[in-house]
Design a protein around this ligand. Sequence first.
Ligand code: ZN
Ligand code: ZN
Length: 343
Amino acid sequence: MLIEPSPHGLYCMAGDFHIDPWQPVGRAVITHAHGDHARPGSASYLAAKCGVPILQVRLGPEARIEGLDYGETRELNGVKVSLHPAGHVLGSAQVRIESQGEVWVVTGDYKLDPDPTCDPFEPVRCHTLVTESTFGLPIYRWSTPREIFDGIDAWWRANAAAGRASVLFGYAFGKAQRILASVDASIGPIVVHGAVDVLNRGYRECGVKLPETRMAGELGKRGRGTSRQENEDFGGALVVAPPSAQNSPWLKRFGDYSDAFASGWMAIRGARRRKAVDQGFVLSDHADWPGLNRAIEATQAQRVYVTHGHIAPLVQWLNERGIDAHAMKTEFEGEAGAEEAGA
Ligand SMILES: [Zn+2]
Ligand SMILES: [Zn+2]
């Protein structure tokens, strides 16, 4: 086993490093900066170069992070390590590990659908694959991004025509920027929550094109004291905010608004109702069931370890298809964890 689960996270003994450890370790290789993968406290970090600015914000200014270009090889204790685009969020990487002719790939989170805010998923051939399975059930099948964003645009346009703001909740890192880069910015002004704005700066620094956005405070100030004026300012606006902003006083300034949630979990019956929003858009930064299968097949791996999600059904499915598949348990599993991480 080139990689094994350990109390601190996935461990490569030959190279003496951990991948996405959940406890502080000596050397951490990080697939991406979502909270369930990048944790502070390790002595040193290795991550894809384009993800370093955001990772630095998340881990703190004192964190020692070394950036690696996609495809560039680094030797750790004689083990060759390289990072390859995972298509999940800016700077997301699969980790390729080679030792004595044996190749393993750890996918981290990934998706195959096009996303203008990050490099596309690159299939990497390997003997053994460790794949995530957040949406590892046949019920999960995404529409094309074009169809999904046409739906979001139509909802925004209808609200704008009625003079209402459109408040769209999506995870602040990754989902929010994908929304901003994909909607039709000619419909109206776009307002972002501060938590989204901080991350937008990291994206823009890395050369990702996002439309012009404003902070709620910039628009709101003008109309302070006359609530009708404020409503006029925000009517027609798209407001992109993290899920944590739901039911917060921050939303009051938008007056009469329609709200919606963008997440892969919106595919589950009743999810929109449980979130108590007007609309649910099934938009995920993870591979759906056909995507997981395509990705696994493309690696030509003979052995697959399944982690991070619906493990048992995918393991069984792969075994039935002649692939030597097993579960690889990590500490944080299940819907709640994945939802936190912007699924
Ligand atoms: Zn993630
Ligand atoms: Zn994750």
